[in-house]
Design a protein around this ligand. Structure first.
Ligand code: UD1
Length: 417
């Protein structure tokens, strides 16, 4: 089991490059299944979630080659339509492989997906959309079997703008007959990135980034190359690390256009943030101001940064109110934060965070990916040496997290016992 050992009290200062986006890389890797050809992908982050997805692609029959930061995926010889259940259970985003396999072969078998325990995370919106597309679904013994003679485009109204369901429908219909329209679609930038990749392969998709996306089925897609967008959640996490430690940071390979709600909140905290071309700079104030945050669908404040901000608010000047509207169970990490002396009361979806806390080092256990990053930030602000175990969660989504933070002056190392 791996742990981080962190000596707190060091300011984060310097320049760092943001990695490729996890949440764009995963659907883009899935999308390579649709095309019986080779695709070249740049800027795929080296994290366990992408490694797990590449492993599934290999088991399906794809040929994978990695060369100096480029990944080649050749999906010509896919020879099974079943996603291996052991790997499926490791992460939730595996569910979008189903849409891609269905899109190409009109058939797929998969087990229920796993992932971080941050709420019920059902897949009913995905399944209902597949049914609407005329796909026959059988659910038995934990497996979902989907089959259709033909997938025929239609109008689909989502009950909630689910990111994964929006991606899954697009993947299932780019090669369908006719036109599919998704109403109440999710608008996240990672969906736009996946659509840009599909379009480069020859797909006909309109309206991405709005709440109505139309897909006109094409007969065939051809291989292409694509550069994955920067990870706005990693960027936000690094900005918070600098803000919480009273530091100063410049991010390169970042896209501030995707980060409006995040930058607004950092401004409200009193940070000086400036953005230019692909750079974001942040200089922390002497004392962070307390704020209110409500997580929302994009372009609102992202749930994936709620935990990191909650952790940072223990250092602010007063009481902050955080409302988690997307996942009902995203406060598990708070019991670990309390071990450091954080004073946070959780009432349903609301967390009330008392500021001005002098955190003390502690031994903590990661509860999930982003909650883990929140613990790292708290430990960086605390007095003494903290140990955070079970960091496999963090390694799922942050590329070289310890190395990047060390290069910025943090005292952090991995212990593997
Ligand atoms: C994606 C992101 C995740 C982010 C989330 C919300 C990836 C790989 N993951 O997850 O980092 O936190 O968007 O921005 O891109 N829901 C249902 N039924 C469904 C599907 C979803 O009830 O069939 C609910 C979920 O339980 C959750 C909410 O809808 O409460 C949002 O889920 P969704 O947008 O689907 O998130 P993911 O695609 O899983």
């Amino acid at each position: 089991m791996k742990s981080y050992i962190i000596e707190g009290g060091k300011k984060i200062e310097g320049n760092v490059r943001v990695s490729g986006s996890k949440n764009a890389a995963l659907p883009i890797l899935a999308a390579t299944i649709l095309c019986p050809d080779s695709n070249k992908l740049y800027n795929i982050p080296k994290i366990s979630d992408t490694e797990n997805t590449l492993e599934i692609l290999k088991i399906l029959g794809c040929k994978i080659k990695q060369n100096h930061g480029k990944i080649y995926v050749n999906s010509r010889n896919i020879n099974t339509k079943e996603i291996p259940s052991e790997l499926m259970s490791k992460m939730r985003s595996t569910v979008i492989l189903a849409g891609a396999i269905l899109g190409r072969f009109k058939e797929v078998i998969f087990s229920y997906p796993g992932g971080c325990d941050i709420g019920a995370r059902p897949i009913d919106i995905h399944i209902n959309a597949f049914k609407k597309l005329g796909i026959e679904i059988k659910e038995e013994n934990g497996y979902v079997r989907c089959k259709a003679d033909k997938i025929i485009g239609t109008d689909i109204n989502l009950d909630f703008p689910s990111v994964g369901a929006t991606e899954n429908i697009i993947l299932a219909t780019v090669l369908a007959d006719g036109k599919t329209t998704i109403n109440n679609a999710a608008m996240e930038p990672e969906i736009i990135d996946m659509v840009k990749f599909l379009r480069k392969m020859g797909a006909k998709i309109f309206g991405e980034g709005t709440n109505q996306i139309s897909i006109i089925g094409v007969k065939h897609l051809s291989g292409t190359s694509y550069n994955i967008m920067p990870d706005r959640i990693e960027a936000g996490t690094l900005l918070c690390a600098a803000a919480a430690t009273g530091g100063k940071i410049v991010l390169s390979n970042s896209n501030s256009e995707h980060m409006g709600a995040i930058i607004n909140k950092l401004d409200e905290c009193g940070c000086q943030v400036s953005c230019s071309a692909d750079k974001i700079s942040l200089s922390a104030p002497k004392k962070l101001k307390h704020i209110e945050i409500k997580t929302m669908i994009y372009p609102g404040f992202p749930t994936d940064l709620q935990q990191v901000f909650t952790s940072m608010m223990t250092k602010s000047s007063g009481t902050s109110i955080i409302v988690e509207n997307i996942f009902e169970n995203r406060y598990k990490f708070i019991s670990e934060l309390r071990k450091m002396g954080a004073k946070i009361v959780v009432e349903g979806r609301t967390a009330i965070v008392t500021g001005k806390r002098k955190l003390q080092s502690a031994e903590m256990i990661c509860t999930d990916l982003r909650g883990g990053a929140a613990l790292v930030i708290a430990a960086m602000t605390a007095k003494g040496i903290s140990k955070i175990s079970n960091i496999e969660y963090i390694l799922r989504g942050y590329e070289n997290f310890d190395k990047k933070l060390s290069s910025l002056g943090a005292k952090i190392r991995i212990e593997d016992i």
